[in-house]
Ligand binder design. Sequence first.
Ligand code: SDX
Length: 427
Amino acid sequence: MSDKATLEYSGKKYEFPVVKGTEDELAIDIKRLRSETGMITIDPGYKNTGSCESAITYLDGEQGILRYRGYSIEELAEKASFLEVAYLLIFGELPNKQQLDKFYSDIAEEEEVDEDVKKIVDSFPRTAHPMGVIASLTSALTAFNPSAVNIESEEDMYNAIVKILGKFPVLVAWTLRKRIGRPYDYGDNTLGYIENMMMMMFKRPNKPYKMNPVVVDAMDKLLILHADHEQNCSTSTVRIVGSSHAGLFASLSAGVSALWGPLHGGANQAVIEMLEAIKADGGDTAKYMEKAKDKNDPFRLMGFGHRVYKNFDPRARIIKKAADEVLADLGIDDPILDIAKALEKQALEDPYFVERKLYPNVDFYSGIIYRALGVPTSMFTVMFAMGRLPGWIAQWREMRLRKEPIGRPRQVYIGETYRKFKPLEER
Ligand code: SDX
């Protein structure tokens, strides 16, 4: 196979190197395209454009494969803890016991937030969308942790990383408690990472919190399944903001905002709202299938389709199975799970969806579990952000360690050519 690609344009030939990844993916290296040809490429949505080389996550959309640092998502979801996966994504190897213990004890040391942050939380109306709150609080952390801004050394990076991994669950809990009118307090950092987060989120102020291992295990698995997904919209946002050497917290705050969109992480909330609407409408799934196919109707089947997966999203398979298990364990019979399954069955047999290779994605079933775990719908995308946090951190760290250049795409200008200024009286 040639390691060069040839471009021919107006009688001239140009050669560009072809790079091959460890999974035999091929890319044309166009670093010299503009200097040699005077031309650029254009690719709205970057559907055919690689922004970087990365060693963190590999996914194959056709085969429905997802691996973090070479380990399959199926094995990690089954056998690892969220913190182990966070360590793996960020540092490249599964930790041994000593490394994992130190990682968590360094994080646990950071599981508190400046009391003045509560004043920021208080300043939001209770109706504020939790994603807007958490994006602001993440950025505000910069003000209370100035050492995590100008990060140059790996030691600086490590300190900023354990800070945000320790403080983000507190911000998640305070964001939820603001919305439901409960006091913002702490859990107990002698508990496990997930246990402490659940306690901070759900503990009633006037009664002990009863830890449910089924709930803890389901949350741990959900966060693992959301932990990274190569160069998706929000991760690309974290990378490009971080490429200006903005601090880690500012870059992550930008990622939270990108994830908020209903076409991206916001879809998990939109799926439940869609299923609830179908239920309220008598469970008429066929009617909503027709709406999803009608080009004149803005309605889309939320939780279906994916830019990369043209097969089942492997995470959706695992989450669908977990939804059955968790609801059974908790003795919950949620009718919208049946509606979701009916929609999936109809879509997988409908030519419109089959021809466009539209399958359930990670967001289609996740909300059903979050709901069973007691997470309000408005907080679903915040839980996605909690899961994606280590992935964003890993990608930001890789970008900085590889000393990637500041992200600054080009454009093709299609506006007015030069024209002389016209004084006001002549317009
Ligand atoms: C996530 O990138 C990542 O990795 C993201 C993510 C991650 O882990 O970070 O996996 C998380 O964001 C999952 C996706 C969640 N979003 C949704 O569930 C929203 C619904 N899905 C879509 O809006 C859509 O499928 C996207 C945004 C996910 C992907 O859009 P693309 O790749 O730009 O595809 P497209 O919009 O060009 O659609 C191709 C065709 C179009 O029809 P035609 O113009 O060819 O006739 O498929 C149709 C679309 O209209 N289509 C849908 C559809 N999704 C695509 N039609 C109905 N319902 C849908 N959900």
